[in-house]
Design a protein around this ligand. Structure first.
Ligand code: DGY
Length: 460
């Protein structure tokens, strides 16, 4: 009898079953991409473990199996560098040759750094936005809906991952912020996770590219037309920057001194603020020392101040800052909503941001199929509806905005965003990104993080 009463609240898995076909398909995508302990970002285009992809994947997996979700993060953090850096790619040694470029061979020199973890597997020496503490706290929330056993294994997981998350955030706030601005510096557009966004165009244009050997574009085999991927001109610049980073021995201080591309990234910085809030919650669960908690709270505060300094009152958006040119990078992209993602803003700032989000500059553009923000505003000259981060709408970005609206207490707006965010997936499957005008799925198919956020939305 007691059991029957306790059973009234359905488990997340039961809720998923009720949500039908889309949830079943999302679960299937994650299962197919599961490599045993970690998940490839996509079957063809991205056959390795990517850092921020894994964090989003863990958020989705938490609804299927909290232990497997925890393992996703543990596997990634097993390749953390001595400095605390979490590499943007951990290369799968079993990937067939000619499947991804630049692959493990290209980054093998990173393993020579005294700070690198033992190889193989090899890792890159770049980073991606720090979604991981957010993922760990979501796993904890999901475990709260589970059995006592799931809860206790997740508590053990938090004890194990906490020092690693702490070291990761400390790395970002020291090596990547020697100015103590609260803002994360990146030295490669891949470090932003938004590779070919026009956010980086002006800073990249100033990079003088020298002689490069010919290189393959395996990525183009996986898309129906090459306009969906960055052009060769961008790839030349990406590979030139990698060459310079390798010549600097992947040494952070040398890179900071001499590298031609050095930018304060507001999206990564905002995610770090939210991740620090999540880390504070984890610190509480595991009973971390007070000094840690004071430090983490200070990091979050410093991050908010840094973002404040990047606010553009005309555009009503936050702007990245080019440290080499010593000026803001003035272009309207979804990264501009950084303060919303950081959270803890005053109501006027939130209202200003939502005004831009819900205007023709973004989600209400008259040509758009759905009320979803394109990655770059269609009013920008450099907008392109099919090209990677230059216009398509991205489910993971929509997830970040949705989650931020919930945290800001704007439940009704969040719910609208959740519902409409599921529409491209219901009509086009688990694409990597979507043409905002036609809704066509673009980039990779069966993209793991798209499936993962879908699961989270369906449970929500
Ligand atoms: C790619 O290959 O497009 C990745 O985003 C680089 O990390």
């Amino acid at each position: 009898m007691l059991k029957a009463v306790l059973k009234v609240k359905p488990s997340p898995k039961e809720i998923l079953e009720e949500r039908g076909e889309l949830a079943v398909q999302a679960e299937e995508v994650l299962r197919q991409n599961d490599m045993g302990g970690w998940t490839r970002a996509a079957p063809g285009l991205y056959p390795h473990q990517w850092s921020w992809d894994s964090a989003f994947i863990a958020i989705g997996l938490a609804h299927l199996d909290v232990r497997r979700a925890a393992r996703e993060l543990r596997t990634l953090f097993a390749h953390q560098w001595r400095t605390g850096k979490v590499p943007h790619i951990v290369f799968n040694p079993k990937t067939p040759p000619k499947s991804y470029y630049p692959g493990a061979e290209h980054w093998a020199c990173a393993a020579a750094s005294p700070d690198a973890p033992p190889a193989p597997p090899y890792t890159s020496c770049l980073t991606q936005p720090p979604v991981h503490a957010i993922a760990a706290s979501r796993i904890w929330e999901a475990a709260g809906r589970e059995s006592e056993e799931g809860l206790s294994s997740t508590r053990d997981f938090l004890h194990g991952i906490y020092p690693r998350l702490f070291a990761w955030h400390r790395y970002l706030l020291t090596y990547r912020d020697p100015e103590e601005s609260g803002l994360v510096t990146i030295y490669h557009p891949w470090g932003s996770g938004t590779d070919n966004s026009p956010r980086w165009d002006a800073a990249l244009a100033a990079v003088e590219v020298g002689e490069l050997p010919p290189y393959p574009r395996y990525d183009l085999q996986h898309v129906t037309d090459s306009s969906q991927r960055p052009t060769n001109g961008y790839y030349d610049r990406y590979l030139w920057l990698v060459k310079l980073i390798k010549e600097a021995g992947c040494d952070e201080r040398t890179i900071y001194r001499s590298h031609p591309f050095l930018v304060k990234d507001v999206l990564s910085s905002a995610i770090l603020v939210a991740a620090n809030e999540a880390l504070l919650k984890i610190a509480e669960v595991i009973g971390a020392p007070d000094e840690d908690r004071e430090l983490i709270a200070g990091w979050a505060e410093r991050g908010r101040r840094g973002l404040d300094a990047c606010w553009d009152a005309d555009l009503k958006l936050c702007l990245d800052y080019d440290l080499r040119a010593d000026k803001p990078l003035r272009v309207r992209t979804v990264a501009g909503f950084a303060p919303l993602i950081a959270g803890g803003q005053d109501p006027d700032r939130v209202e200003a941001l939502l005004g831009v989000l819900d205007s023709p500059v973004f989600a209400e553009h008259p040509g758009s199929r759905w009320s979803l923000p394109p990655s770059t505003s269609p009013e920008e000259l450099r907008f392109h509806p099919r090209s990677y981060w230059r216009g398509p709408t991205w489910p993971v970005i929509n997830w970040l905005l949705w989650w931020s609206l919930l945290r800001a207490g704007n439940v009704e707006r969040a719910e609208r965003l959740r519902r409409v965010s599921l529409e491209p997936l219901a009509s086009g499957g688990f694409g990597e990104y979507f043409d905002p005008y036609t809704g066509e799925p673009l980039g990779s198919t069966s993209q793991s993080w798209t499936a993962a956020v879908a699961l989270d939305w369906l449970v929500g």
